[in-house]
Write a protein of this length. Structure first.
Length: 429
């Protein structure tokens, strides 16, 4: 069976991890294809609550092959801490495979990320300060260190000898920071490499072989399409290449587009965003605070409070069309259980005119006013519902209206963080 992609349809934090954790039971291979540890997937299952930043969400099934693909950048320290945490709770990582082509986050990336945000001042992007942007920049600039270099001591020494003097010059002359010690960096990262090396392989071949055998490969994206470097709200976007869209999955894992059969995007029943940048439906003050607390909307990676607002159907239809979706998943419907009425943004008013087009110009997007449609709430708990027909009529109407506005069928509705708190309408696998 060809590959299935699960991506985020908003600004990230949509609940992709919980969705992958649920549907991975029917997959053979679960592969993460983009991003870095600036993304966090929260999963609640028999192992408790887990926050994954690099390891695919299929790791909780011992029979699944899990892959960190070439499109992911890795902070070795974070990866090893994540593996240690999983193992301490009884999760096996024997079938975790890491691409030899992954780029490595080095100490200077972390420093530059933080120092550059300070230099930007009011123009700061609001990064997670995990070194992800500078690492991707070095990848494009052809000044990166790959996993294959890291686990080869001679290659690593040679590469570090070339790059560190250059990076130290940048740190000292541009940022006024202290230089890094070659021996300290080499020694620390060599220790990381020795622990990671047994899991490193040519993962593209592994995935290709699985597809040739007719196995199901589940491709797990990071962040969301509205944070995509090309399609998102530039410059307030992620630096990930390949993209935060479905089109980047093949590049990030090493397969062709003809090997992909389904593209499913995850959307919250409302809207959230972390960091700076435009968000037309953002609720400020008490309304936003209430929605944040009801949804426990704090970043899995940084702990920062998320900005919250009503569902934006304009932005969602934009991302659905960009990704050529075959289906949607709606998460967090239960967070809206207490509202007597719920708003949905169906259009924007821009300079006196109504439009259903998502602007590419950030200045225009900052000026838009949401045009809302108000729907009745259900004010009944939905956490225990497992069949669509058992939802309150108003909740069913809300789901169906979102489906109409986005122009894509909803395959699953999540009504809680735990694995089984889901309403399956159309099986994804």
């Amino acid at each position: 069976m060809p590959a299935i992609i699960v991506i985020g349809g908003q600004w990230g934090d949509e609940g992709k991890g919980r969705v992958v954790d649920l549907i991975a039971r029917k997959a053979h291979v679960v592969a993460r294809y983009s991003g870095g540890n600036n993304a966090g997937h929260t999963v609640v299952n028999e192992f408790g609550e887990s926050r994954l930043h690099l390891v695919p969400a299929g790791i909780f099934y011992p029979d699944k092959v899990c892959v960190i693909g070439n499109g992911v950048i890795i902070d070795p320290k974070v990866l090893l801490e994540e593996i240690d945490d999983l193992q301490s709770r009884g999760v096996t990582v024997e079938k975790l495979h890491i691409s030899s082509r992954c780029q490595i986050i080095m100490p200077w990336h972390l420093m530059i990320d933080r120092l550059d945000e300070e230099l930007r001042g009011k123009g700061a992007i609001g990064t997670t300060a995990r070194g992800v942007g500078p690492c991707f920049a070095d990848k494009v600039f052809r000044a990166g260190i790959r996993m294959a270099d890291l686990i080869d001591p001679e290659a690593f020494r040679e590469r570090l000898s070339f790059l560190l003097p250059y990076k130290n010059a940048v740190l000292e002359k541009l940022y006024g920071a202290e230089p890094l010690s070659f021996e300290e960096v080499f020694s620390t990262y060599s220790e990381y490499a020795a622990k990671i090396a047994p899991s490193v392989t040519e993962t593209a071949e592994l995935v290709q072989d699985a597809l040739e055998r007719g196995e199901t490969v589940l491709l797990e994206g990071a962040q969301g399409t509205l944070l995509d470097l090309d399609a998102g709200t530039y410059e307030f976007v992620t630096s990930s290449t390949p993209s935060s869209m479905a089109a980047g999955a093949g590049v990030g894992i090493g397969i062709g587009p003809t090997q992909i059969s389904k593209v499913v995007a995850v959307y919250k029943a409302y809207q959230t965003r972390v960091g700076n940048g435009p968000m037309p439906t953002e609720l400020v003050g008490e309304e936003g605070d209430t929605l944040r607390e009801r949804g426990h909307e704090y970043g899995a990676t940084t702990g920062r409070p998320r900005r919250c607002g009503w569902f934006d159907a304009v932005a969602s239809r934009y991302t659905a069309r960009l990704n050529g979706l075959t289906g949607m998943v709606m998460t967090r419907l239960d967070v809206l259980d207490q509202y007597p009425s719920i708003k949905v943004c169906t259009a924007y008013r821009l300079d006196g005119k109504v439009t259903k087009t998502f602007p590419s110009n950030i200045r225009a997007l900052l000026r838009v006013e949401p045009v809302y449609e108000e729907l009745p709430g259900w004010q009944k708990e939905t956490k225990q519902v497992r069949a669509f027909e058992d939802l309150p009529p108003q909740a069913k109407a809300y789901v169906q209206r979102i489906q109409e506005l986005v122009g894509c069928p909803i395959d699953m509705v999540s009504v809680g963080p735990e694995r089984e708190q889901a309403i399956i309408i159309n099986p994804i696998i």
